[in-house]
Design a protein around this ligand. Structure first.
Ligand code: AMP
Length: 398
């Protein structure tokens, strides 16, 4: 790790601007319905508060598209964080201006202030220079612990860093990078990567890069049908990403050159419409016209589990079927069970795969659950994450 970390900072009495990912789900009563992301940021928050920082926390929540909207307010998060920390968490309804300044001026060492949603300001996602400067003027030191947005160059995680002498990463980012970089640099073989979900174009590049690292690639979910189509299989009315067919063909060609196996589903749970209320059938090999492939079938599950069972390292991103509907969840939950039972290093990334692991209460059985689906995929693609790159380099000898 060549970036400053919070261990390199002296925060006592300093105003510390901490960017976290509190993009939590809210229920109909506007209460936090899943506190995973709050808990993930907790070690850094506690470390800074215990060190005597005057903590100013920034986050986004949802997609308010640059306008204030009560539905995306972080106020309920301040309340929940206060309950978890057992101390008052102050809340500023404004990010900049006299109201925000007054809230910051009142902070004492060890106090914690959560600012309103940074995405209420259109300048945030535009990475606006003036806005970044104004955000930076709120504090003396900057810490980024929002791994989930590290692949975006926004004002609160990228632009702002230019105006601090010390911009460090928090404990969550440090942990995510150490696990994911280890996966790229020195995975114990056999390394099995399981990629699912619907959108080929989001994941085809990561599959390309994983071909260099992984020994086995398992592909499931809606994206598998574009791969099967390219292999000459009939896929009925299953989703097909016509724009990615060239890239898929290239992927197969590279896999062959590298001597790697891309495992595709050989049987499918199909239905006549995209619905949980119609009869389902299991079909092998080709999918007949009029049917949609909505989950991997039992033979595929057994085969995928046997590959997982032999692996020493497993990375999983993306569901194997439309797991939101209970007729099409077996594939995804079986993979989650397979990872939980495995003694391999298991890393799970991406909202849906993480949700599936949580639904079967097996999160504790995984080596690492990444808090950033998109960010972890971009790292595995070999890309640099702007939110990390922008942090201050460690000085020689520190
Ligand atoms: P992604 O955002 O690309 O990871 O895709 C996740 C979504 O893929 C989930 O909402 C799943 O319901 C969906 N999905 C998984 N398998 C299929 C399938 N066979 N057909 C259509 N959608 C699917």
């Amino acid at each position: 790790m060549n970036k400053l970390t919070i261990a390199d900072l002296d925060v006592k009495g300093k105003r510390v601007l901490l960017r976290v990912d509190f993009n939590v789900p809210l229920d109909g009563n506007h209460q936090v319905s899943d506190d995973t992301r709050i808990l993930a940021a907790l070690p850094t928050i506690q470390y800074l508060l215990n060190g005597g920082a005057r903590l100013i926390i920034l986050s986004h929540l949802g997609r308010p598209r640059g306008k204030p909207a009560e539905a995306f307010s972080l106020r309920p998060v301040a309340e929940m964080l206060g309950n978890i920390l057992q101390q008052q968490v102050f809340f500023s309804p404004a990010l900049l201006g006299p109201v925000a300044q007054a809230a910051i001026d009142c902070l004492k060492d060890g106090d914690c202030l959560l600012m309103e949603n940074v995405r209420f300001y259109p300048e945030e996602e535009k990475n606006d220079v003036q806005f970044s400067k104004e955000l930076a003027s709120l504090a003396d030191v900057y810490v980024n612990d929002a791994f989930g947005t590290a692949h975006r160059a926004h004002a609160s995680n990228e632009g702002v860093t230019r105006y601090f002498d010390n911009a460090a990463c928090g404990l969550l980012i440090e942990k995510e990078l150490s696990v994911l970089e280890n996966l790229i640099k020195s995975p114990e073989a056999p390394f099995c990567a399981i990629i699912g979900g619907a959108k080929v174009k989001d994941k085809i590049h990561v599959i390309g890069n994983l071909l260099n690292k992984a020994d086995e690639i398992l592909i499931g979910g809606g994206m598998a049908y574009t791969f099967l189509h390219s292999q000459g299989k009939r896929i009925g009315n299953s989703i097909l990403d016509g724009e990615s067919t060239d890239l898929v063909a290239e992927t197969f060609a590279r896999a062959e050159t590298l001597g790697k196996t891309v495992h595709l589903p050989t049987d499918h749970v199909v239905a006549e419409s995209f619905s949980n209320d119609v009869p389902t059938r299991i079909v092998e090999d080709h999918i007949p016209d009029g049917y949609i492939g909505l989950d991997i079938g039992p033979k595929t599950i057994a085969h995928f589990l046997s590959v997982i069972g032999n692996a020493k390292t497993v990375f999983w991103n993306g569901p194997m079927g439309v797991f939101e509907m209970n007729h099409f969840q077996q594939g995804t939950f079986s993979i989650a069970e397979g990872l939980a039972a495995s003694s391999a290093v298991t890393v799970v990334g991406g909202g849906d795969s993480v949700a599936a692991v949580n639904r079967i209460n097996k999160a504790g059985k995984m080596t690492h659950i990444s808090t950033g689906g998109g960010a972890s995929l971009e790292l595995l693609e070999g890309k640099k994450l702007p939110g990390i790159e922008a942090l201050t380099e460690k000085k020689h000898g520190t």
